[in-house]
Ligand binder design. Structure first.
Ligand code: ADP
Ligand code: MG
Length: 259
């Protein structure tokens, strides 16, 4: 989506490097994700996709580089200011981190913990009426308002991933970081989750970065694709332009084994 010349991208990453035990896994990664855009991250196992998202989410510490969320650079911040800036990004994982014995509504309310503080926010007993209404609205946006009071453990995998997305919405994050959000789902549920992420990006102006394993899913649903190879971006362009040559570069065994 085109943005105002003066408004920053929702997520801007530049010069990101990261090593584990002296072995570089990100070697200078630069990209942006705009509001209203779904960007698919592709690449072989070990190419650095998860590490990239983890650095943005604060789950891994970058060695160098800058990360800007809604224009705010994170590196100079600490304490509450850093937490507030980071709450602009919400993570959705392949392995769904929900509490199965709690209702969908309670799980979604928990998304607000990232932007609130104090002991009152720790127990569902203290979720306010306003928060419950907001959580119900988030469930409605993922098409699950009618399952709000059901225990999450009784929902299908696709429905649970929808609850996880609703929880991220309840965090009021402008940036969704989804690490393999459909890898554990059957093909039909995967299509639905991807369509939902695209709709949230386009209709609600969220910036969505999603790690995917199937280029075809990216071509069908994403606006843009970013291809990583050995910790470097080797493709950044319209998802429709993910041709056989690029896919071969990203996934061919002789290239991917040289990590
Ligand atoms: N916590 C960690 N400690 C050590 N090595 C790690 C850690 N996390 C990831 N790596 C290594 O970094 C590389 C990139 O990993 P990752 O970002 O998970 O790749 P991807 O998500 O593309 O499969 C891999 O070689 C992986 O083994
Ligand atoms: Mg990964």
């Amino acid at each position: 989506m085109a943005r105002d010349r003066y408004s920053p991208p929702a997520l801007g990453v530049s010069g990101l490097t990261k090593s584990y035990h002296g072995r570089p896994v990100l070697k200078g990664v630069d990209f942006q994700v705009e509001c209203g855009e779904l960007v698919a991250f592709l690449g072989a196992n070990g190419s650095g996709k998860s590490t990239t998202l983890k650095c943005v989410a604060g789950l891994a510490e970058p060695d160098a580089g800058t990360i800007r969320l809604q224009g705010t650079e994170l590196s100079g911040l600490s304490g509450k200011t850093l937490a507030a800036a980071r709450s602009q990004a919400a993570m959705v994982f392949q392995k769904i981190h929900l509490v199965p014995r709690r209702t969908a509504l309670d799980n979604v309310c928990a998304g607000a913990l990232a932007r609130t503080s104090g002991p009152a926010s720790l127990s569902p007993l203290f979720f306010s009426r306003a928060l419950r209404e907001e959580a119900l609205d988030c469930l409605d946006r993922v098409g699950l308002a009618d399952r709000a009071l059901e225990k999450v453990g009784r929902l299908s995998g696709g429905q649970q991933q929808r609850v996880a997305v609703a929880r991220a919405l309840c965090q009021r994050a402008g940036v969704l970081l989804a690490d393999e959000p459909v890898s554990a789902l059957d093909p039909n549920a995967a299509e639905h989750i991807m369509a939902l992420l695209a709709e949230l990006a386009h209709t609600h102006q969220l910036a969505v970065a999603a790690v995917l394993h199937q280029p075809a899913l990216a071509q069908r649903h994403a606006d843009r694709a970013i291809g990583l190879l050995h910790g470097r971006i080797v493709f950044d362009g319209p998802a429709a332009g993910l041709g056989a040559d690029i896919q071969d570069q990203l996934y061919s065994p002789e290239r991917t084994s040289a990590a």
